[in-house]
Design a protein. Structure first.
Length: 265
């Protein structure tokens, strides 16, 4: 066994709502006879924390401790048995309808899909200038998007997503794109994007996830964009702590946007 991220349940806070059991695509959680959430088997928990956002009482958290490693094949077979093929296809680390034999023989790729359809990792192809102009005219809008991947919210992105490999990464506070009219051409162009709000998000696990992204992906550059409001500086602190935690040598470029829409740094 090795130390890894895994779910921990505070039974005193669990009210038995069961929302976490359906949010977990890997079937790692269930309700016991006391109507309390329990971890079915450690090897079913991928440690990504999809269940955290739905728990109304804060009974769940991700911790680092000694545990058996996550086994996507075992999770796939488990979900296939209890929920069927469609649900099994959404298990983290599985791509499409597979048999355990196919997976073990390496006849598939690792997927970054963690269960929610809105969380499936995908690249967005760059449009040509001509296509952008044509689409803009048809849609009565100006400008074109520089977004090249999905998802972008820090809770939803996977450190394993292939689009982060050797990327120029922009980590931006949620409000920056609304305040800065030229966000796409001035900040986002040519970069991969992660957004977060240090004030309103549940930020537990953010440092660990960013550290994993930094460790795995050999980033070419890192930019952090924040607003001038005091609470926004918390995002830079999270990134700096993640860099320290990762052991990677990378210096983030700081970009700061005033609430009047001016790029001040």
């Amino acid at each position: 066994m090795s130390k890894r991220k895994i779910i921990e349940i505070d039974r005193s806070l669990c009210d038995g709502c069961g929302l976490c059991t359906t949010a977990c695509a890997e079937g790692a959680l269930a309700l016991d006879e006391e109507k309390k959430a329990v971890l079915v088997r450690e090897i079913y928990c991928d440690g990504m924390g999809a269940c955290l956002d739905v728990c109304p009482t804060g009974a769940l958290k991700i911790v680092d401790r000694e545990s058996e490693n996550y086994d996507p094949v075992a999770a796939y077979e488990h979900v296939l048995q209890i929920r069927g093929q469609e649900a099994a296809n959404r298990v983290h680390g599985i791509s499409g309808p597979l048999s355990a034999r196919h997976f073990r023989e390496g006849q598939t790729r690792i997927s970054t899909f963690g269960g929610c359809p809105g969380s499936v990792a995908r690249e967005i192809p760059e449009r040509t200038r001509e296509a952008s102009r044509s689409g803009d005219e048809a849609g009565k809008i100006s400008g074109s998007s520089e977004l090249r991947q999905w998802p972008i919210q820090l809770h939803l992105v996977s450190p394993h997503a292939p689009y982060f490999k050797e990327a120029d990464l922009l980590i931006a506070a949620d409000c920056t794109a609304f305040a800065l009219g030229s966000f796409h051409p001035d900040l986002l162009q040519g970069k991969r994007l992660i957004i977060a709000c240090p004030k309103l998000d549940e930020t537990e696990g953010y440092i660990e996830k960013l550290a994993e992204i930094f460790r795995r992906n050999n980033l070419r550059s890192l930019t952090v964009a924040t607003m001038t409001v005091p609470c926004c500086s918390g995002l830079l602190r999270i990134v700096e702590r993640a860099i320290e935690h990762s052991g990677v040598s990378i210096t983030p470029r700081k970009r700061i946007i005033h609430i009047d829409g001016q790029l001040v740094a």
